[in-house]
Design a protein around this ligand. Structure first.
Ligand SMILES: CC[C@H](C(=O)O)C(=O)SCCNC(=O)CCNC(=O)[C@H](O)C(C)(C)COP(=O)(O)OP(=O)(O)OC[C@H]1O[C@@H](n2cnc3c(N)ncnc32)[C@H](O)[C@@H]1OP(=O)(O)O
Ligand SMILES: [Co+2]
Length: 135
């Protein structure tokens, strides 16, 4: 695990949360992206070295919709940058963590991602992110 790649925050309405976080961080979002496979619309902010990902559900089956229903708005996950997501998944599986998708999937912001079940990480949904290198 390298550094924290981003903190994911579940929000009801990006149109309301984008200006709020822009005021909070003093910077506008640098990107908005929909990830249909996850049922989310996201916006990203960079505040110094810290990346914040706001997530809004795009359908009622989205993990974000379920989370909002159950827990309301708030921190949804912590994402870590990894150099080699396939070997990191193998290592974590070996260590006994429950990997939710053993095959990395395309995430937002040009990443391959995988998730660990929060039941096995003291209630914190952990995401692994590997930069997709061009070429
Ligand atoms: C990929 C685009 C973007 C990126 O960065 O690139 C993203 O980050 S997309 C983020 C959205 N996608 C995901 O979250 C995928 C992984 N998540 C899942 O597969 C599910 O959300 C899962 C398995 C964590 C929970 O789904 P389930 O259907 O089991 O929902 P339940 O409400 O029944 O939850 C079971 C149990 O887990 C607790 N829970 C759920 N979500 C979270 C969470 N985010 N953090 C901590 N705990 C969570 C929930 O409270 C239930 O616990 P219980 O004690 O039974 O209440
Ligand atoms: Co994320």
């Amino acid at each position: 695990m390298e550094k924290i790649e981003h903190i994911g925050i579940a929000v009801k309405d990006l149109e309301a949360s984008n200006p709020l976080f822009a005021k909070l961080l003093g910077v506008p979002q640098y990107k908005m992206e929909e990830v249909a496979t996850e049922g989310v619309r996201t916006s990203f902010f960079m505040s110094g070295p810290n990346k914040i990902e706001l997530l809004e559900a795009t359908n009622p089956d989205s993990p974000i919709a379920k989370f909002l229903e159950k827990k309301g708005e708030g921190i949804h996950h912590v994402a870590f940058a990894v150099d080699d997501i396939v070997s990191e998944i193998a290592r974590l599986k070996q260590e006994g963590f429950q990997i939710l998708n053993e095959t990395p999937k395309k995430g937002a912001d040009n990443k391959l991602v995988a998730f660990l079940h929060p039941k096995g990480t003291n209630g914190v949904l952990v995401e692994l992110c590997q930069e997709i290198k061009e070429g």
